[in-house]
Design a protein around this ligand. Structure first.
Ligand SMILES: [Zn+2]
Length: 305
């Protein structure tokens, strides 16, 4: 089973390149990809997918599940109408704090600060100086910050991001609030028959947290979503902001303890019968129609990576 990992769909992905980076699909390509999935593969929803993996139902030929991470407003405004037209069910994983506060996930805020600052140098918390003269130097400083910030959660994380925005005197504008869904839109996805799940509270790398923080990120996001949406939340996606891996056996155990039935990772590959449903692999959809067809056909034919 091919579980596709999308994030965002927009008419013109370039307009958000400084914040969202390369995770945005163009509307034109996404629509063509969904038409192909509906026509040439077998779209299934995540609940069915869980039953196949657990051996409770037979796999159809070439099953494909569409998923979205993070909770961007275009998921509701742009992607859902296309999915509905094509008859493709999807699962949308929400970063609860980002929807609650209408702020971009922290990696996007940091990317914007490092890419657009006028400062030519920056000193990190360990007093290490970084040059920010060229795009490559900015990218290196950004990635080093991500490696540290992915181990933080909650208020500590928020304070750290704010400090960098202040140090670099560069911060995403208020209009970026409109890039995140609100709860009414999340409920709208659910009303339209799509599945909504958790992408944690504050988007850390769960493999690098203390166990109390892992528990909070998994169970508090589930609890808050259930309050906001009014239905049980059974599915989670482990964020992958930086470092590898983005889950461990502890993550899996804590997901089960929190009451999740399935969890998707960012490990590349197909999901198979008898896989642990709390460690499902996904495929990254390429930015072209032929690329996605090739990826899926190659994976279903059993060819390596
Ligand atoms: Zn994410």
């Amino acid at each position: 089973m091919g579980i596709l990992m999308y994030h965002s769909v927009m008419e013109n992905p370039n307009v958000v390149a400084d914040s969202l980076g390369a995770i945005v699909h163009s509307t034109r390509v996404f629509e063509a990809q969904m038409q192909m999935v509906a026509r040439d593969f077998h779209p299934v929803n995540l609940e069915e997918a869980g039953r196949y993996v657990m051996g409770e139902a037979e796999f159809p030929k070439w099953p494909v599940v569409v998923t979205f991470d993070d909770g961007y407003a275009d998921n509701y405004e742009v992607a859902m109408p296309i999915l509905n037209r094509c008859g493709v069910p999807a699962a949308f994983y929400i970063t609860v704090d980002c929807v609650e506060r209408k702020t971009l996930p922290w990696p996007s805020r940091l990317r914007f600060a490092f890419r657009t600052t006028r400062r030519k140098t920056w000193v990190d918390e360990a007093e290490t100086p970084w040059r920010l003269a060229s795009p490559e130097e900015r990218e290196r400083a950004y990635l080093s910050a991500c490696d540290r910030f992915c181990k933080l959660t909650g208020m500590v994380l928020e304070r750290g991001v704010k400090k960098i925005e202040l140090d670099l005197d560069a911060k995403v504008g208020d209009e970026s609030r409109n890039l995140m869904m609100d709860w009414e839109q999340v409920r709208g996805l659910s009303r339209n028959g799509h599945i909504v799940g958790s992408h944690t509270m504050t988007h850390p790398n769960l493999a690098f947290l203390e166990i109390e923080d892992v528990r909070h990120e998994l169970s508090e996001s589930k609890r808050q979503m259930e309050n906001r949406i009014g239905t049980a939340i059974h599915h989670v996606s482990y964020p992958c902001p930086a470092l590898f891996p983005n889950w461990t056996q502890q993550t899996t155990e804590e997901s089960q303890r929190a009451g999740y039935k399935t969890a998707v990772t960012t490990t590349n590959g197909l999901a198979h019968e008898r896989d642990n449903p709390l460690e499902l692999r996904r495929l990254g959809p390429t930015k072209t129609l032929d690329g996605l067809r090739w990826n899926l056909e190659r994976a279903f034919a059993g060819w390596p990576g």
